[in-house]
Write a protein that binds this ligand. Structure first.
Ligand code: SF4
Length: 312
């Protein structure tokens, strides 16, 4: 099996109790069969606690507590299951998250999801063009080769620093027959308001864009951001790397390229709005918008499917 990952991947580490938007809050965690069996074998006070905190219906999961916190996330924002049984004691989703995997025959691709603030920081602070690292044995598999060649081409366009970001975005759309409609900011806000939403902050940002997006001066914002273009490049590369290969299922790379370009353009719009309203747009702000966008859009299969279908 050949393993592929972006060069920053090995540097990821969870910031645990220092995390402002812990993935142990607000997400219902499903428990895999092996972990469930392990938990059911525990006796004593922890065994009792596990019994009370697990919903054992068709899809066993931890029952969220106050403020939608995982019942094992303690007051110091540390995981009581790790404190009790070590890293190997937690269930598969908790071990993996925010890492993701994509598969092609003979090939597994790994990455870290932008919905995690530590991952967003890692990705957005990368100055050099991201490189994909290959390790393991390449197995002869013809399937998917065309797709990989196409993605390599898409990534080359995204990382061509002789061109501006908007030129690269246009070139991507042109070469992959992609499509991102030219809509006023308020209409884009309406579009995203029509998707499934989880966090009220996200809704507030969209409503702000709907109300105040009319007179947005994107060119002035871009001038202000001139020396921070790598942030948008890294976002573009992240979305392409993560989603392009899902065209393996529907045969449509164009909608994946369009999604990547739209995501970057929409994050730029939100940045411009923030800049207009607050007089600045820091790296921290960028990380927070990217994290929120990813959690709301990328981590909802319903939203992703809708976007890919709409951009097809
Ligand atoms: S969101 Fe990221 S940094 Fe925060 S607790 Fe989860 S994995 Fe750790």
């Amino acid at each position: 099996m050949l393993y592929v990952y972006p060069d920053y991947y090995p540097e990821f580490s969870c910031i645990a109790s220092r995390c402002q938007h812990s993935c142990c809050i607000g997400w219902e965690i499903d428990i895999d069969p092996d972990s469930l069996a392990r938990y059911q074998a525990v006796h004593g006070p922890m065994g009792q606690r596990l019994k009370t905190c697990i919903s054992d219906g068709e899809e066993p999961h931890f029952i969220l507590g106050r403020d939608e916190r995982c019942p094992f996330l303690n007051e110091e924002n540390l995981c009581d299951l790790i404190l009790y049984g070590g890293e190997d004691f937690i269930c598969q989703i908790c071990t993996d998250h925010p890492r993701f995997r994509n598969f092609l025959p003979g090939r597994t691709e790994l990455g870290v999801g932008l919905c995690c603030e530590a991952a967003a920081h890692l990705i957005l602070t990368r100055k050099d063009p991201v490189q994909l690292i290959l390790s393991g044995e390449e197995e002869e598999a013809e399937e998917g080769k065309t797709l990989l060649v196409l993605r390599r081409h898409a990534l080359e366009i995204a990382q061509d620093r002789t061109k501006s970001l908007s030129q690269r975005e246009e070139e991507l759309l042109e070469q992959f027959q992609g499509w991102v409609p030219e809509l006023p900011p308020a209409q884009w806000a309406e579009f995203y308001l029509g998707l499934e939403r989880m966090d009220e902050t996200w809704t507030e940002h969209l409503e702000n864009l709907r109300t105040h997006g009319t007179a947005l001066d994107l060119s002035a914002f871009e001038i202000d951001m001139a020396d921070r273009q790598t942030e948008y490049e890294q976002l573009l590369v992240y979305f392409l790397y993560r989603h392009f290969l899902t065209a393996w299922e529907d045969g449509d790379p164009g909608s994946k390229v369009s999604f990547a370009v739209l995501s970057v353009r929409f994050l730029r719009l939100l940045g411009a709005l923030h800049w207009k309203m607050h007089g600045e747009f820091t790296l921290k702000d960028q990380e927070e918008y990217a994290r929120l966008y990813s959690a709301e859009v990328e981590y909802s299969q319903e939203n992703l499917d809708f976007l890919f279908d709409s951009l097809m």
